[in-house]
Design a protein around this ligand. Structure first.
Ligand SMILES: Cc1cc2nc3c(=O)[nH]c(=O)nc-3n(C[C@H](O)[C@H](O)[C@H](O)COP(=O)(O)OP(=O)(O)OC[C@H]3O[C@@H](n4cnc5c(N)ncnc54)[C@H](O)[C@@H]3O)c2cc1C
Length: 495
């Protein structure tokens, strides 16, 4: 995987840059020694590692602004970072870049109960928001499995999702405003506590922009009252086709569960061995379906969902009878990734989305791909929204196995696109899927997307090497053509 080549003239300015950064962030907020920089060498996509040239931990928006302005002036690249749990390498540092950590932005600034929103700094963890409002019966709905660690800034940058996003929407549906700093140091505000801002939906553009457009320094999120009742149903099926069919029939019946997750046999066994959630071991597919709302409504929905599951051939059906039992049902699913980590030295967690009806076909073909590449795969997915998370098991100590795992992953994503789906559901493109973007987008599509990037960051200093497979300088966009075999702008570094 190629990243933009480090620029020698930038590396030569390292000491001068450090001196300037120390003037902006006094104390221990500028990190330069190799041992301390190791903490930032990778994110959740640990297959790729790179020490940053220097890391900074600002504490105020003014400091972020001054750092970006300085880097813009010195032509230095900047990689924003929250908790570093990204699974697509979005926070992977650059050898000639500044790693800008938002970990010290960890305060809840305002809870506005009347407007049902909270204003938080970007380094507050996802779960931290719920913890701050739960004493009054509220919560923040999007719940990535990494919620104990990942930050709201990272969630906005990745438009993160979770188990409950089927009913309550992704991050983009649960934020109202951001403050962010552009690469030239300008501080801008988009949205606020109110619903919908005038003009273009720039908040929608920022959400999912993977740190390429600006550094988010404040987020206003919606908070919701907790549902009166939540109950979960475990349904086991003899085939994944039957499980997939059940998912489609529940949605077709007009029922939108709070969450609807599916696991295949390898994932069920790994999770059960790890968490002892009471999952059946003799099924090929397990659905966890949560229904929430007033108690009478939940009771009625449970009956209807159970009838659908039975009609689809469920061989086991259990409804949670207590809050503890409901949480135990979810504990296995939420721990599925680490559980798989116990049965394989390494795994690649893929993320693609398909139309729900394609699920049986995709699972069958994924089995064939598993044989072709000689690697096992365990499947955990947000079945309700067709968002797959195949976990490809490999051993990095075996020469060539990582490359095989990556090729297997690429084949899965190509398959997602082939059946009418998309390259990512919630983990972002980052470096992981960057080179597959042309599978889904034409050259024109990609050029249009880069024009948007140019409007925010004309010199491509913010998180370059991520998302776009080819680096275009803004000036050349729109006139990119090869004449008589000669590429325009041959001096441009391409990767
Ligand atoms: C075990 C595990 C389970 C996971 N489960 C889920 C899941 O269920 N759903 C899901 O969606 N994801 C999941 N993830 C992926 C990951 O947690 C999310 O992508 C999360 O939003 C990343 O947040 P972070 O704070 O760690 O961001 P980082 O990893 O630090 O950064 C992610 C991206 O956001 C950018 N960024 C971070 N902060 C800012 C900021 N303040 N301003 C601008 N850009 C910024 C970075 O440049 C990078 O491109 C999981 C990860 C792990 C390890």
């Amino acid at each position: 995987m190629l990243m933009p080549a480090p620029e020698k003239e930038i590396l030569a300015q390292r000491s001068m840059l450090i001196d300037e950064l120390r003037k902006i962030i006094p104390g221990e907020g500028v990190i330069v020694d190799e041992t301390s920089l190791r903490a930032y060498e990778c994110d959740g996509l640990t297959a790729y590692r790179q020490l940053p040239m220097v890391a900074v931990l600002p504490e105020t928006t003014a400091q972020v602004s001054a750092v970006l302005k300085l880097c813009d002036r010195m032509n230095v690249k900047v990689v924003p970072r929250g908790a570093g749990t990204s699974l697509s390498g979005g926070a992977l540092p650059l050898a000639d870049g500044v790693l800008l950590g938002l970990g010290k932005f960890n305060r809840v600034l305002d809870i506005d109960w009347d407007n049902r929103c909270a204003v938080v700094q970007p380094g507050v963890t996802n779960l931290g928001i719920t913890r701050a409002v739960e004493h009054r019966g509220f919560y923040y709905a999007p719940d990535p499995s990494s919620q104990i660690a990942c930050t709201i800034g990272g969630n906005v940058a990745e438009n993160s999702g979770g188990v409950h996003c089927l009913k309550y929407g992704l991050t983009t549906n649960n934020i109202l405003g951001v403050e962010m700093v552009l690469m030239n140091g300008e501080v801008v505000r988009l949205g606020g506590k109110h619903l919908d801002a005038g003009g273009y939906d720039l908040l929608g553009v920022i959400c999912g922009s993977e740190g390429l457009l600006g550094v988010i320094t404040e987020v206003t999120v919606r908070i919701l009252p907790k549902p009166a009742t939540q109950r979960a149903l475990l349904a086991g099926f003899p085939t994944s086709e039957a499980g997939g069919d059940c998912v489609a029939k529940i949605i077709a019946a007009g029922i939108i569960p709070g969450g609807m997750e599916m696991m295949d046999r390898p994932a069920i066994h790994a999770a059960e061995d790890f968490v002892h959630a009471g999952y059946p071991r003799d099924v090929e597919a397990l659905l966890i379906i949560e229904l929430d709302g007033p108690a009478a409504e939940v009771d009625d929905l449970l009956l209807r969902v159970r009838a659908i599951a039975d009609a689809c051939g469920a061989v086991t059906c259990r409804v949670s009878e207590s809050e503890d039992e409901r949480l135990t049902f979810w504990a296995g699913r939420k721990a599925a990734f680490p559980a798989v980590g116990r049965i394989s030295p390494d795994y690649l967690c893929m993320d693609g989305t398909i139309p729900r009806k394609a699920l049986p076909e995709v699972l069958t073909r994924m089995g064939q791909l598993s044989e072709k590449h000689g690697l096992r795969v365990a499947n955990v997915f947000h079945a309700g929204d067709g968002n797959l998370h195949p976990l490809i098991l490999y051993d990095a100590n075996n020469p060539g196995e990582l490359a095989r795992a990556e090729e297997f992953g690429a084949d899965i994503l190509r398959l997602c696109v082939e059946v009418g789906g998309v390259l990512t559901g919630e983990h972002g493109v980052g470096v992981e899927k960057r080179d597959l973007m042309p599978v889904m987008f034409s050259e024109d599509d990609l050029a249009q997307q880069q024009r948007l990037k140019c409007a925010f960051d004309p010199n491509h200093r913010l998180n370059p090497g991520k998302v776009f497979p080819v680096l275009h300088r803004c000036a050349e966009l729109g006139r990119m053509h090869v004449h008589k075999g000669k590429l325009a702008f041959p001096d441009l570094p391409r990767f």
